[in-house]
Write a protein that binds this ligand. Structure first.
Ligand code: SF4
Ligand code: SF4
Length: 373
């Protein structure tokens, strides 16, 4: 394991939403502040100079006292070592939260599906819109919005992003739900929608000088994608187990009898603390194999033979949520990737922006972007 540059605390598996595309299993597990303190203190000598500390759930605002206690501990004992991030569905976001986030320089990710929010949770539309307005007013530089689109909602993609821009939100991301099949007709709609979105982004760039779609800024640089789980990233889950990335818990955490559980779990907190000195060579070796050139799709086409290898990045867990096997990619994911690359590739140079620092932050903290672009 290298020096740790990203830690995720999944505070609880409770959520007040039941989004149709969410892979998490809900429950009543909640971390205690002692668990979090032990976890952070134990890793003290293994941390990089700057570490992203992410709060995640469930819905993390359901565990608000835990967020505040963790920040107090981190600031008292780790002297500016951490940069905080938090992902929220926004439904519980009040002024007091935003002022706290602003004071502690959080990078927030608001999960808000714009025009598709009614398909996600019809009752939440007004509350989340209100939260997004509050964020724009009180902490305009501190947040990005991520919208998820499925085959059912993809016809709304371009109009939804345009509406968010009109409302004054300037940092947008979109995610395609790659856990469900995309038919040929869905893919054709997606291609059209992305084409429209690129034109909207270009117009916005011409008018404001800013690039609103954060993925457009991440197209530079080629290389073979490697999953960073268990290399320089760890996650503490609400049942007190430690994994290389919180997504492994969604895939494996509820089936201990699955042989992959032992391959990727670092154990419960006590076991993790006891074993850290030796470094978990077997588990880290398993994580080290999660790289794009070792993956293949359901048709048994090897990524290492694909022309797009160095421009592709597929999260192996998101792929496995669809195929059932790590490193096996559903055929529609290849098609989604190719369409996004084709459409986004064209105006990327014209749209590239100087906001590297923030985008690096997104890259480091937002590894769960389903489309990986
Ligand atoms: S497009 Fe498909 S086959 Fe090619 S690298 Fe990406 S996932 Fe692998
Ligand atoms: S989000 Fe996916 S690719 Fe990124 S670290 Fe986690 S498992 Fe790996």
């Amino acid at each position: 394991m290298r020096e740790i540059s990203s830690l995720t605390l999944v505070l609880s598996d409770r959520c007040n939403f039941s989004c149709p595309y969410c892979p998490q299993q809900k429950g009543n597990n909640t971390l205690k502040i002692k668990d979090i303190r032990d976890f952070l203190d134990l890793l003290r000598t293994r941390l990089d100079r700057e570490v992203w500390l992410g709060f995640y759930g469930g819905e993390p605002l359901l565990s608000w006292p835990l967020v505040k206690k963790t920040v107090a501990h981190a600031e008292k004992y780790f002297r500016n070592r951490f940069r905080f991030t938090l992902t929220t569905n926004g439904s519980l976001l009040e002024k007091q939260h935003i002022l706290f986030f602003r004071k502690h320089h959080f990078e927030l990710l608001l999960s808000y599906d714009g025009l598709a929010q009614k398909n996600r949770d019809a009752k939440s539309v007004a509350a989340v819109k209100r939260a997004s307005d509050r964020l724009r007013r009180l902490y305009p530089d501190g947040y990005a919005i991520n919208s998820v689109f499925t085959p059912k909602t993809v016809p709304l993609l371009a109009a939804s992003m345009e509406a968010l821009l009109r409302q004054g939100h300037s940092r947008l991301q979109y995610t395609l739900d790659a856990c469900v099949p995309w038919k040929k007709t869905d893919l054709a709609i997606l291609e059209k929608q992305l084409g429209r979105l690129m034109k909207i982004c270009l117009r916005y760039r011409q008018k404001t000088g800013k690039t609103p779609l954060e993925s457009l800024n991440l197209t530079d640089g080629k290389g073979i994608f490697t999953c960073s789980a268990g290399r320089d990233r760890l996650a503490l889950l609400p049942d007190r187990t430690v994994w290389g990335c919180y997504l492994f818990y969604d895939l494996l955490g509820h089936s201990r009898q699955n042989p992959d559980y032992a391959k990727y779990c670092f154990g419960e907190l006590e076991g993790f603390m006891a074993g850290l000195e030796k470094g978990f060579p077997a588990v880290t070796a398993n994580y080290a194999e999660l790289r794009q050139d070792f993956f293949f799709n359901e048709k048994k086409e090897l990524c290492c033979l694909c022309d797009d290898l160095e421009r592709c990045a597929v999260c192996p867990v998101v792929a496995a949520l669809a195929t059932g096997t790590l490193a096996v990619i559903p055929v529609w994911t290849c098609k989604l990737k190719k369409i996004a690359r084709r459409v986004q590739g064209r105006p990327a140079a014209a749209l590239s922006s100087p906001h590297r620092y923030r985008l690096e932050a997104q890259r480091k903290t937002g590894g769960a972007n389903f489309n990986g672009d």
